[in-house]
Structures are given as structure tokens and as C-alpha cells.
Write a protein that binds this ligand. Structure first.
Ligand code: HEC
Ligand code: HEC
Length: 282
């Protein structure tokens, strides 16, 4: 791994190079039988990496173990809440998600692995959160939910679980090509007082320590993520807000088209890694 000294006005952020990458011994096996892919050759559209790793690889053994058993994974409580919402009528239509989509284990299998994705009818790239809200407002006659955490992420968790173990496989060409390119540009643009880009931390310094935390590659295959730190289930967009804030830059609005582009690009960096359903991180 290359150890790069960060350029720019870094005062409050010290990244300790040479801390060494605490690569996990052993694999991510859930409930003793479902083995997930946490390390894969980097997709050819990613120039700065040769191997991609799930964030799980960089966590301590205690955090890793919590994700290896559904009884220990606090994210599973949110999955249960999401399942209840799936079956509960909502809005003026009086319809539940299940009334149109039936058994999620059939209708939603594979869905999480290909999002964000182009929606032909709407003529836009949609994150899974956007699609859930579109179904709520247009198909249920219910209010849109707030992005980042809460009910929408519980629904997302339930949907994601139906793809657990499937490889991320987000499309980057065709109608999404421009949005993908926008996301890529954002990823490498240094912003904020600290003049850091996503790549400064997650491409050039993964495996190194920052404020006593080991930097991962910032992959999104594990989302939604249960964060032990604040006991909340978070979506990828919710996580990005925190990372942007850490660079002391203006935070993009969580429901902005900028974040859709960034989410598409970051998801594509993890093509080949398993959807983890709901993961556990610090
Ligand atoms: C009145 C019927 C209806 C209801 C109720 C409904 N949806 Fe949908 N949903 C649709 C239709 C139609 C589509 C577009 C189908 C397609 O992909 O061609 C769709 C698409 C989706 C997709 C994208 C699937 C894919 O393959 O990309 C997701 C995810 C989804 N709905 C989730 C939900 C959730 C969660 C709820 C409840 C909060 C819900 N839907 C409620 C009709 C409905
Ligand atoms: C100052 C360094 C820094 C910058 C810049 C930064 N992050 Fe992070 N990011 C972190 C730290 C620390 C964590 C928590 C440990 C980890 O997973 O790396 C994290 C975690 C993440 C995670 C969660 C990974 C997982 O598996 O749970 C994602 C996704 C992420 N960052 C995306 C981004 C994106 C996108 C950008 C650019 C907008 C960005 N980060 C910029 C420091 C940074």
C-alpha cells in the first residue's frame, strides 16, 4: 500500500502512516454458514485501487464479531421494524408495500445490489432511499420520509437483507454515465478548510489511523450500517454528511443531486463486494 503524506492545511487531522493495516484474520461468515466477499479485485473503472475491501475488514474483532451473528447484530432490530412497515398499509391508498410487491424475498432479491440505478420513467438516477420515497408518495399516497436515518433506513435494511451475499453490481454506463462522472469528480475534489477529498482518506490512506480509528476504503456495500458510537442505523448518504463535515466543508444537502452522483460513484467502487444486508461499524 502506498503511504501518502497529505497535502494541504492539515492541522487538526493527523493521519498516522505506517500504523499498518489490521487485515482481518478469517472471513466474514454470518451465522456460521453464509460467507460474504470482503475482498475482491478492483473493478476496471477504478484507477486508484487494485483490491477493494469491505469496511468490515478494518474494524476490531469485537465489532467484526457483532456482524457475524444475527442475534448479536443490533441492526437486525431495524430489519424487523422495516418488515413491519413493509406489511403495514400507509397513506391515502391504504396500501402496504406488500400489496404491490408481495413477498420481499422474491420481489426485492437483487435490488439492493444494483442501486443507485437509472429509472426510465422518471428520467433520473435514484438511490434506494429515493425509490422508497417515490413509492410512498406516488403509490401509497403517504408522506416522504427523511433521508439518512429512521424509518426509511429500516425499510432499506429490510430490502437490503433480501440481497445479502450478492455481489454489488451497479451500472456505470448508458444513461447514468454523466452522473457517474460527476460523482467521480466529486470524489477526487479537495474541499473545505482541510483541503481533503474522499480519496485523500479512503484511497490514499486506508489502513492508516486517523484519530485512533483505522481508515477503511469508504465502501458502501455494508449499508445500511449500524453505528455502535451512536446506536443508529445510517444510510450511505447519512454517512457521507459526516465525512464531508469532517473536512470542514459545507455539507451538501442529504437529498441533493450531488449526493446521488457521489453515492452512485462510490457504490461502483465496491462492485464485486457482497451486499452485507445490515452491517456493524464503530
Ligand atoms: C400501488 C403499488 C405500489 C406500492 C404500494 C408500492 N410500490 Fe414500490 N413499486 C411499484 C411499481 C409499479 C414499481 C416499478 C416497478 C418496476 O420496477 O418496473 C415499484 C418499484 C419499487 C422498487 C424498485 C424495484 C427495482 O427493481 O428497482 C422498490 C425498491 C420499491 N418499489 C419499494 C417499495 C416500498 C418499500 C414500498 C412501501 C413503502 C412500495 N414500494 C410500495 C408499485 C408500488
Ligand atoms: C478526514 C478523512 C476522511 C475524509 C476526507 C472522508 N472520510 Fe469517509 N470516513 C472517515 C472515517 C474516519 C470513517 C470511519 C472509519 C472508516 O470506515 O474509514 C469513514 C467512513 C466512511 C464510510 C463508511 C464505510 C463503512 O464500511 O462503514 C463511507 C461510505 C465513507 N466514509 C465515505 C466517504 C466519502 C464519500 C467521502 C468524500 C465525500 C469521505 N468519506 C471523506 C474519514 C474520512
Amino acid at each position: 500500500m502506498t503511504k501518502t503524506v497529505l497535502k494541504g492545511a492539515i492541522t487538526s487531522v493527523a493521519i498516522l502512516a505506517g500504523a499498518g493495516m489490521a487485515l482481518a484474520e478469517g472471513n466474514l461468515v454470518i451465522n456460521g454458514d453464509l460467507e460474504l466477499t470482503t475482498e475482491a479485485p478492483a473493478p476496471s473503472h477504478i484507477e486508484g485501487l487494485t483490491t477493494v475491501y469491505s469496511g468490515w475488514v478494518f474494524r476490531d474483532s469485537f465489532t467484526q464479531a457483532m456482524e457475524m451473528d444475527d442475534f448479536d447484530n443490533p441492526g437486525m432490530l431495524f430489519v424487523d421494524a422495516g418488515e413491519d412497515m413493509w406489511n403495514e398499509p400507509a397513506g391515502t391508498s391504504g396500501k402496504a408495500c406488500a400489496d404491490c410487491h408481495g413477498d420481499a424475498s422474491e420481489s426485492m432479491a437483487g435490488v439492493r445490489a444494483v442501486y443507485p440505478k437509472w429509472n426510465e420513467a422518471a428520467g433520473e438516477v435514484r438511490t434506494l432511499e429515493m425509490q422508497i420515497n417515490a413509492c410512498r408518495t406516488e403509490n401509497q399516497g403517504a408522506e416522504a420520509l427523511k433521508y439518512g436515518k429512521g424509518d426509511i433506513v429500516s425499510l432499506e435494511a429490510y430490502i437490503s437483507m433480501q440481497s445479502r451475499g450478492m455481489p454489488m453490481n451497479v451500472a456505470i454506463d448508458g444513461p447514468v454515465a454523466d452522473v457517474w462522472a460527476q460523482g467521480k469528480q466529486m470524489y477526487y475534489t479537495r474541499t473545505g478548510q482541510l483541503e481533503l477529498s474522499c480519496a485523500s482518506c479512503h484511497e490514499e490512506n486506508y489502513g492508516n489511523l486517523i484519530r485512533a480509528e483505522t481508515l477503511s476504503q469508504g465502501q458502501t456495500n455494508g449499508f445500511p450500517v449500524y453505528r455502535i458510537k451512536d446506536s443508529v442505523l445510517t444510510s450511505a448518504a447519512g454517512r457521507f454528511v459526516g465525512c464531508v463535515r469532517d473536512t470542514k466543508a459545507e455539507t451538501y444537502k442529504i437529498d441533493s443531486s450531488d449526493f446521488v452522483a457521489l453515492e452512485l460513484y462510490v457504490a461502483s467502487r465496491g462492485n464485486g463486494l457482497s451486499v452485507e444486508g445490515v452491517s456493524v461499524r464503530n
